[in-house]
Design a protein around this ligand. Structure first.
Ligand SMILES: NC(=O)c1ccc[n+]([C@@H]2O[C@H](COP(=O)([O-])OP(=O)(O)OC[C@H]3O[C@@H](n4cnc5c(N)ncnc54)[C@H](O)[C@@H]3O)[C@@H](O)[C@H]2O)c1
Length: 260
């Protein structure tokens, strides 16, 4: 039997990028998927492509009322959600902390952190009623190590990691597992035109990843195959958080020669 047969899954930020590959992956493994996003055209097109197993609903993850309505409609249409992928997120302004505005700071934390809190809170009663579930919070390698020019993004992703652990303790008695996934540089629209050159010499695997590589991990963490994992970090960052691949005393050009 497919891993997500008769399971109902909500993927936030599911209209494009990694959210879209997650939605495709869940449908391929038997789930009914609600794609929730603010990008209505992309979301509807994807749901149309996926057929009866998927539907698109507009959701701004920062809006409490929209969350309540989404869970209610999901339950009425597909049955209680037993998997939530808190994937929606935005990048930061790419500026030094002394140049960041309070407005930008709050906007980013609103989506990347408040959105995860609101989504988690909204689905717990439905998951409890269904006898359990899995919540996967998409953090980042920036939730594991410091990243300059990204104090806002780094803060949000560290906070998601901590939130995950605290909530995992609370909901374990209901059969709900909560874990975080920490991608490195993944080829999606959030990165704009950036290519493999941005990771060259910085990470062991020396390349960006395709979104589908992350989807495989997300599906594993959300599935019963990960039945003994909760409050845990699942890292998929090409070795970014493991350390620098340039050896002690080695220059970057010596490293290039050694790799060639
Ligand atoms: N691409 C990477 O290199 C990378 C690395 C680490 C973590 N991440 C994280 O992965 C997740 C997915 O990012 P992606 O790379 O696929 O980027 P993306 O920009 O392609 O997708 C993000 C999605 O979130 C949606 N979204 C934004 N604000 C929203 C809101 N208020 N309500 C609902 N949906 C909203 C967007 O419309 C978009 O569809 C994000 O949380 C991101 O921080 C990405």
């Amino acid at each position: 039997m497919a891993r997500f047969e008769r399971r109902t899954v909500i993927v936030t930020g599911g209209a494009r990028g990694m959210g879209a590959t997650h939605a495709r992956g869940f449908v391929a493994e038997g789930a009914r998927v609600v794609i929730a996003d603010v990008l209505d055209d992309e979301g509807k097109a994807l749901a149309g492509e996926l057929g009866e197993a998927a539907l698109y609903r507009h959701l701004d993850v920062t809006d409490e009322q929209q969350w309540a309505a989404l869970v209610e409609e999901t339950t009425a249409t597909f049955g209680a959600p037993t998997v939530l992928i808190n994937n929606a997120g935005i990048g930061g302004s790419g500026t030094l902390v002394e140049e960041k505005t309070l407005e930008d700071w709050r906007r980013l934390l609103g989506v990347n952190l408040d959105g995860v809190f609101l989504g988690t809170r909204a689905v717990i009663p439905a998951m409890r009623g269904a006898g359990g579930g899995a919540i996967v919070n998409i953090s980042s390698f920036a939730g594991l190590i410091g990243t300059p020019n990204a104090a806002d993004y780094t803060t949000s992703k560290f906070a998601v990691r901590g939130f995950t652990k605290a909530v995992a303790m609370e909901v374990a008695p209901y059969g709900i597992r909560v874990n975080s996934v920490h991608p490195g540089y993944i080829r999606t629209p959030i990165l704009g035109p950036l290519g493999d050159e941005v990771v060259h010499g910085k990470i062991a695997l020396d390349r960006m990843a395709a979104p589908e590589e992350v989807t495989k991990m997300v599906l594993f963490v959300a599935s019963d195959d990960a039945s003994y994992s909760t409050g845990a970090e699942f890292v998929i960052d090409g070795g970014w958080s493991a350390g620098s691949p340039v050896g002690i005393g080695q220059t970057n050009s010596e490293y290039d020669v050694a790799r060639a």
